[in-house]
Design a protein around this ligand. Structure first.
Ligand SMILES: Cc1cc2nc3c(=O)[nH]c(=O)nc-3n(C[C@H](O)[C@H](O)[C@H](O)COP(=O)(O)OP(=O)(O)OC[C@H]3O[C@@H](n4cnc5c(N)ncnc54)[C@H](O)[C@@H]3O)c2cc1C
Length: 432
């Protein structure tokens, strides 16, 4: 067993939130020794993969209201408001500008570094942490954290030990496991007595039961709705004797009957992408976090390929085009990608109006989501009700705090998840 030393503050996880926390901790506690531990051989590895290597590091519209949490509205609002009151987007922009990062803005408030290079963000954070005196210890994979009389002891999986006075857990969730996130933070949190709301992969593709391999590679503008179908089965009373009125013919009574209820969970519009077996694209990613599978329920995606038309207008358009071009393929020609037209028309022998209705509500049976490796974020995590909103410190264990994706907060694509990682990291680091 080798002891790597004692630090006043140790942070497990050198990702977006851990780097921000380390810079803030060193700044807020002059003279304190701060260590940032990461299992990877360099900090900020996941940051380099974000935004397709361009890093959509913030969103101009990020605020408490743009996040989801499963921790209940009161706790979620308290924590998210405190985080963004302490570090609103303007403040985060200033923080990065001081590190040399000038933003370039794209649609819907998405902010990227002017270089459109994710490495600019990770390099800026690592440099700032080093300049602030943070000791960055890479290749340290924390396996167990224990409370001691004066703080904490962190064991690595290669029998190294680091002792610290205060501890920030910034290990991320389970999304993007290939970047070193295996959900260890949840294990540490549970060992300290915290509640962890079941983590599920979010911002990922939805896997489809139907054979859609013929659609692989197709992209189409669409609205996608995710629906939950619950099936309630009732037992028919034994003494029930049905008759078909008015002839009073005795019928065979069914033993059970089913009641199906369809509930909309989420919807979004954008470019829908098809792969061999999944629905993909940002609009799919954004609804994926709502696929929190409940036993006994089934899930469906309803796709509207013509949301810019009213139902009537689309029927009129299709019947006019049918009169003009004489075939259903003529109706669809030029409106949708060829592969999608062929797929829609395969085995279809309805009217142009029925085809319009089909295009407005294409139903796919959803099997689940892609694995953790394909997810961009985790929905679920350490319950927000168990952290102090003003400091992100544990309400259960003094000297312990959490920041970033390990907490139960997530958002749609667009720079919101990194914004939360940075804002919560800064808050946790300042207040530890
Ligand atoms: C491919 C991809 C693209 C994305 N693109 C964007 C985007 O453009 N914009 C956006 O806002 N969000 C994006 N996200 C989401 C965003 O990257 C995360 O929400 C954010 O990085 C979370 O920050 P974090 O610091 O909490 O965790 P992470 O960035 O995941 O960092 C956690 C760190 O902890 C380390 N660690 C974990 N366990 C241990 C352990 N036991 N011991 C030592 N170290 C440990 C890991 O190695 C990792 O470096 C993307 C995610 C992925 C996977």
């Amino acid at each position: 067993m080798s002891k790597l030393g004692y630090y006043d503050i140790a942070i497990i996880g050198g990702g977006a939130s851990g780097l921000a926390a380390s810079i803030a901790a060193a700044g807020a506690h002059p003279g304190a020794s701060v260590a940032l531990l990461d299992r990877n051989l360099s900090a900020g590895r996941k940051i380099n993969a974000t935004g397709n290597g361009r890093c959509n590091y913030l969103n101009r519209n990020a605020s408490a209201d743009t996040y989801y949490s499963n921790s209940g509205p009161e706790a979620a609002s308290a924590v998210l408001s405190a985080v963004f009151n302490a570090h609103p987007v303007g403040d985060l922009l200033n923080f990065f500008e001081k590190l040399g990062i000038i933003p370039a803005e794209e649609d819907e408030g998405r902010l990227y570094p002017r270089s459109f290079q994710a490495k600019s963000i990770s390099a800026a954070l690592i440099r700032a942490a080093e300049e602030a005196g943070v000791k960055i210890i890479t290749g340290f994979s924390a396996s167990v954290c224990n409370r001691t009389d004066s703080g904490f002891v962190i064991h690595s999986d290669t029998s190294q030990i680091i002792e610290c006075g205060k501890l920030i857990i910034a290990t991320g969730g389970k999304a993007g496991m290939q970047y070193g996130c295996f959900g260890d933070g949840y294990r540490f949190a549970k060992a300290f007595g915290h509640t962890v709301i079941k983590p599920i992969p979010a911002l990922t593709q939805l896997t489809v039961r139907e054979d859609i391999s013929a659609l692989a590679g197709v992209r189409a503008k669409a609205r996608i709705g995710l629906y939950e179908q619950s099936v309630q089965t009732y037992r028919v009373p034994d003494d029930f004797t049905p008759y078909a009125a008015p002839e009073k013919i005795k019928m065979q009574a069914p033993k059970t009957y089913e009641e199906r209820t369809l509930r909309a969970l989420a919807e979004d519009s954008g470019e829908l992408q098809f792969t061999k077996e999944t629905l993909s694209g940002i609009c799919t990613f954004n609804v994926s976090r709502f696929l929190r599978r409940v036993p006994g329920c089934e899930y469906e995606a309803h796709v509207d390929l013509f949301e810019e038309y009213s139902e009537e207008a689309l029927k009129d358009l299709f019947s006019a085009r049918f009169k003009e071009f004489g075939t259903l393929s003529g109706v669809l020609f030029g409106l949708l990608p060829d592969k999608l037209c062929s797929w829609l028309l395969e085995g279809f022998d309805g009217s142009p109006e029925a085809l319009a209705a089909k295009c407005r509500d294409l139903v796919f049976s959803i099997d689940g989501t892609r694995s953790w490796n394909d997810a961009q974020v985790t929905s679920g995590g350490v319950a927000l009700s168990e952290v102090d909103p003003e400091t992100l410190q544990s309400r259960l264990v003094p000297g312990l705090a959490f920041c970033g994706e390990v907490l139960d907060a997530d958002a749609v694509c667009g720079g919101y998840n990194l914004a939360f990682a940075f804002a919560s990291g800064l808050l946790a680091g300042e207040k530890i």
